[in-house]
Design a protein around this ligand. Structure first.
Ligand code: AMP
Ligand code: GLY
Length: 423
């Protein structure tokens, strides 16, 4: 089968690595990919957010399946675009329709969905820029602290602010409604603060049935001890030891099943991944957010533990026979450590030569933000590489990732040496 994978980060390198192992994958293109994905397929310089360019390529090359890595093409309606034209309408897309992608593309939509289908989540209210006085008065007089403010739309992972003080919340809300995150914050969701430990559950659905993939925990803060600003994720562990079978049963019954049933009830076309960000409050799971794709760097620990042929899962999704499949998981633990550019998640330099990859032993170094210039590998993003290892338990896996993280070199390299510190 000829496959087109959209995206060009660490998640997509992990997808390319896994897909290329399948006997069903005869040709793999990655748009735009990175030097890591180029080891497993052919990179093509196409903007994944340009639906017309994607459709054109699909038609010209006879692509049979499009696997969508990031959320932007989904929110942008790549599914709907390909469906619309006879020349591409038969192509399978792993990723939901634009309507399904609203679960990630609009926080207010996701909260309403959860409320309608009685899925446990923090209490909330939504406010509009056109009625800012209402919003500010609510925060001044009624809100309980701490309080969580979320820009409704996509804001590159920066649209959530947790406020400890009333004045801070009022000021933040005023800025958001005034367009701090552009149109994404013309609507703001105000949410009750939940206290607990977070984990992520990944579900693959064909629209009727579903399969649950290995669970993971992501480390979002830049600093050791979970301090400093949020990032896309600085490392991940799978499985997180605190998520036991009892917890997973609760997640499946109270969250996964009603989510799938809700999508069906709303007639939403959804064949792809649902990433459920959860928080364990006491012994109960609550949904923090939905994403309509796999996580990054969580994919870099989930796929290495998945023993199934990924193409067989995707073909089962396409044919709506996912219920017949059995997920097989490697018992070992997986960890990944992100090597980041100095300055990230703020401004950071690019184009720094990367060396030492040849010294890496016992880990897979997934490329996240790298580029090849005249045969020299250089940095080209905030998150540069994800160093993944497997081990008998997460501590053993981490020891290997840490050792190899130290061997890869580039100017300004930063990584958290404390991934898993809280487990
Ligand atoms: P989100 O983009 O919705 O995942 O939010 C980003 C991060 O903010 C989450 O990973 C949590 O750490 C935190 N967060 C979001 N919502 C809440 C909440 N209701 N209570 C506590 N923390 C939250
Ligand atoms: N690592 C979190 C995310 O992919 O959104």
């Amino acid at each position: 089968m000829k496959i087109l994978l959209l995206g060009g980060g660490g998640r997509e390198h992990a997808f390319a690595w896994k897909l290329s192992q399948s006997k069903h994958c005869t040709k793999l293109y990655i748009a735009p990919g990175n030097p890591g994905t180029a080891q497993h397929g052919e990179n093509v310089p196409i903007d994944p957010e340009n639906n017309a360019a994607v459709a054109d390529f699909v038609e010209k090359k006879g692509i049979e399946m499009v696997v969508v890595g990031p959320e932007a093409p989904l929110v942008n309606g790549v599914w709907n675009y390909l469906r619309r034209y006879p020349s591409t309408s038969h192509v399978a897309v792993i990723g939901p329709s634009m309507q399904g992608a609203k679960l990630e593309g609009s926080k207010a939509y996701a909260k309403k969905f959860m409320k309608d289908f009685k899925i446990p989540t923090a209490g909330y209210r939504e406010f509009f820029a056109t009625k800012s006085t209402l919003a500010l008065n609510f925060l001044r007089k009624k809100a309980t602290l701490p309080i969580v403010l979320k820009a409704d739309g996509l804001a590159a992972g920066k649209g959530v602010v947790i406020c400890q003080e009333r004045d801070e919340a009022v000021a933040e809300m005023a800025e958001m409604l005034d367009g701090k995150f552009g149109t994404a914050s013309r609507k703001v969701v105000v949410e009750e603060f939940l206290s607990g430990i977070e984990f992520s559950v990944f579900v693959l659905t064909d629209g009727d049935s579903y399969q649950i993939l290995p669970v993971a925990k992501d480390y979002k803060r830049i600093g050791e001890g979970d301090t400093g600003p949020n990032t896309g994720g600085m490392g991940a562990v799978s499985p997180p030891p605190f998520v036991d079978e009892v917890m997973m049963k609760k997640v499946e019954e109270r969250i996964v099943k009603p989510t799938i049933a809700g999508l069906k009830k709303r007639n939403i076309e959804y064949q792809g991944f649902i990433f459920i960000g959860l928080i364990k409050v006491g012994d109960e799971p609550f949904v923090i957010e939905y994403n309509v794709r796999m996580g990054d760097p969580e994919t870099e620990v989930v796929l290495p533990r998945l023993k199934n042929d990924l193409m067989e899962l995707f073909m089962a999704v396409r044919d709506r026979r996912l219920s017949e499949v059995k997920i097989e998981v490697d018992d070992r633990a997986a960890t990944t450590i992100i090597l980041a550019s100095g300055g990230y998640p703020g401004d950071y330099p690019k184009g720094k030569p990367i060396t030492g990859l040849d010294k890496v032993e016992g880990s897979i170094a997934f490329h996240a933000g790298t580029k090849a210039i005249d045969g020299q590998l250089v940095t080209s993003g905030g998150r540069v590489m994800a160093v993944t290892s497997l081990g008998k338990n997460f501590r053993e896996a981490l020891a290997v990732s840490n050792k190899n993280a130290a061997l890869v070199e580039f100017e300004g390299k930063y990584f958290r040496g404390d991934i898993g510190f809280d487990l």
